[in-house]
Write a new protein. Structure first.
Length: 299
């Protein structure tokens, strides 16, 4: 992805990331933190939840509000999903998701961090931290073949903590740049791990990522993995790709109410999601490549 090379090469040893890493370690150890650091399963129903959650958002997300946490997602605004490069948002857009190497749009901005896998252009960075990469019996990295990304090794508390410190540094960079929230991608990487990772590993690691986001003053988003309630580990909102295509939108709504962003890549799925969800949550149609000048439509 494009962006400023100084951010792309940032490491958690720098000052801002170090601060967030220390806060995360304190939280992991159960210590108090000084004020100012407050801390697809296919086939799911498309039904919109009834009651208070449908109109005000999930109870757990509401309860997680704190004076230092960024504001809640403005569910009445349109969203643009710009992982393929930054573009000037359309006038109706009030929420923009961009890669962490890009500047925020100055609206309600969500920062993309690949929390569970590596980016293809970060091979050198992760080779220097090889013990944190998941490897098979032959010592080769376990690869998400769809994207050419190495899976991160989250099997032990120590490795999870080390990875969480790295992610906390990147998350602090998002906060310093002016983002309000962060989405940690590939929460479901255990399904591509050849049985080496477990859902329990993912849950424990996601909890650390949520704490790191909150320590930086950001809200933390669950990315995909319908049917799992990320609010149970402190996540505040969800980014759901193709939930209309796979009939999963209702799963996210049950857990997060209106605190959900929905992205579709096929027009017929977009129409379905707009019909069933568009009155309550932001839905965008994008081209699958997420190209700067690609398809954009809103409900």
């Amino acid at each position: 992805m494009g962006g400023r090379s100084v951010r792309a090469g940032w490491t958690p040893g720098m000052t801002a990331g170090w601060t967030a890493g220390v806060v995360t370690l304190l939280l992991l150890a159960g210590c108090s933190v000084p004020s100012g650091h407050e801390a697809r399963s296919a086939g799911a129903s498309d039904a919109v939840p009834s009651g208070a959650a449908a109109s005000t958002g999930a109870t757990a997300a509401t309860a997680g509000d704190s004076p230092t946490r960024a504001p809640r997602l403005p569910a009445d605004e349109d969203v643009d999903y710009q992982l393929g490069g930054a573009a000037e948002p359309d006038d109706s857009v009030g929420i923009v998701v961009r890669d962490r190497t890009e500047d925020p749009a100055g609206l309600y901005d969500v920062c993309y961090v690949n929390g569970f896998q590596t980016q293809p252009d970060q091979r050198r960075f992760w080779r220097q931290r090889w013990r944190l990469v998941l490897t098979d019996a032959d010592g080769d990295p376990v690869v998400d073949e769809g994207w050419g990304e190495w899976l991160l090794d989250i099997r032990t508390p120590r490795r999870r903590a080390r990875l969480a410190r790295i992610m906390a540094g990147w998350t602090q960079g998002c906060a310093d740049d002016g983002y309000e929230a962060v989405e940690y991608d590939n929460l479901d990487s255990f399904t591509r791990s050849r049985g080496l990772l477990s859902p329990r590993d993912a849950r424990a690691y996601a909890r650390l990522l949520a704490r790191g986001a909150h320590a930086a003053g950001l809200r933390a988003a669950q990315k995909n993995r319908a049917g799992w309630d990320g609010t149970s580990v402190g996540l505040d909102l969800a980014v759901a790709e193709e939930c209309g295509r796979y009939r999963e939108c209702g799963s996210y709504r049950r857990h997060y109410g209106r605190q959900v962003l929905m992205v579709e890549y096929r027009r017929r799925d977009f129409r379905r999601t707009c019909r069933t969800q568009g009155a309550a949550v932001p839905v965008v149609l994008r081209d699958r490549a997420l190209s700067v000048d690609g398809v954009r439509a809103y409900c």
